[in-house]
Design a protein around this ligand. Structure first.
Ligand SMILES: [Zn+2]
Length: 324
């Protein structure tokens, strides 16, 4: 993202990768991480994404928020946030989320996401994709993780793992923190639960994340590219033109992790993902995060402090794995 001639949109907190480490040529690939935050995303976005991914002949890693859909609370939070109106106008967010999602957990009851649609998780896996967990209560984790008691954080992780194992018959191997929110407690809880890898933060290369002097055991594979909702409007809106911009941000000789959302790329922005995959597939292997994790077993990963920082186009703070 930050190598000469390729700046991240709007500047970046993230340092350039070093040659010869886990972020460079040894791992030249494009991993697609699909966050499923809502009931609507699982019910309607995922089937559309499965068809689109099948058309391109690629596999992805789906991370499901396993508990209640309280997106309406997130909508209220966003409404109170600084710069909210500007972002709404820029990204045309009201057209990206249906009104049922904008009211879920406030005026409308909070539906169980995975619990209501267990067959959907099994369909993702039987289509050849990876399925992992994206926390239990996405909104609670996103808004309150930093102040949550350690036992409460463990309860969120354990509830997600238990339901996943009930539905899939095996425990999840991967976990992705809702909203890229991490704390020392969340690093500990994921380590204790026995995941094979985590994708919790934004960064440049795989690492062993550190928070408040706690060095995590489970490796971190961060999201390296900006998300579509962060660049939509700021970098244009046309699917082909945005795919071309992504072409400038992608490390064609390194590891790329791109997070998409079932609600966005599996909804009104399917054409953006279609154009992006048409550009990527001929040039890079598209892999799952579990594939990346398997290639890290013999790599000495650097210990990297997770900091809370802002990213261009995203409201609020996220955890950034930045080594400088
Ligand atoms: Zn999410």
């Amino acid at each position: 993202m930050n190598s000469p001639g390729r700046r991240a949109p709007g500047g970046s907190l993230l340092p350039a990768p070093e040659r010869g480490d886990a972020g460079s040529a040894a791992l030249a690939c494009f991993a697609l991480k699909v966050d499923v935050d809502t009931f609507e995303g699982l019910a309607h976005g995922v089937p559309r994404l499965l068809r689109l991914l099948d058309r391109h002949g690629v596999r992805a890693s789906f991370f499901i928020a396993m508990g209640p859909d309280r997106s309406g609370v997130a909508a209220l939070r966003a409404f109170r946030q600084r710069g909210f109106l500007t972002k709404m106008i820029r990204s045309r967010a009201p057209s990206m989320y249906p009104w049922r999602t904008m009211l879920a957990g406030t005026l409308l009851p909070a539906k169980a996401i995975a619990g209501s649609l267990p067959a959907s998780l099994r369909e993702i896996a039987s289509a050849g994709h990876e399925v992992g967990v994206h926390g239990w209560d996405h909104v609670r984790w996103h808004d309150h993780l930093v102040s949550m008691a350690p036992e409460h954080v463990s309860r969120e992780i354990d509830a997600a793992r238990r339901l996943f194992a009930d539905i899939m018959g095996v425990p999840p191997r991967g976990v992705a923190a809702p909203g890229w929110q991490c704390s020392a407690s969340s690093l500990r809880a994921v380590d204790a639960a026995g995941f094979a890898y985590r994708s919790d933060s934004r960064g440049e290369r795989p690492c062993r994340p550190v928070c408040a002097d706690y060095v995590a055991r489970v490796p971190e594979i961060p999201t390296t590219l900006p998300t579509l909702d962060e660049v939509l409007g700021r970098q244009g809106r046309d699917p082909a033109a945005l795919a071309e911009r992504y072409g400038q941000w992608i490390h064609w000789d390194g590891l790329n992790v791109h997070t998409i959302h079932a609600e966005i790329e599996g909804g009104p922005c399917a054409a953006h993902l279609d154009c992006l995959l048409a550009r990527v597939v001929p040039r890079l292997p598209v892999v799952t995060l579990e594939d990346v994790a398997a290639r890290l077993t013999d790599v000495a990963l650097p210990e990297v402090e997770l900091r809370r920082g802002r990213l261009p186009g995203r409201g609020g703070l996220v955890s950034v794995a930045a080594s400088t």
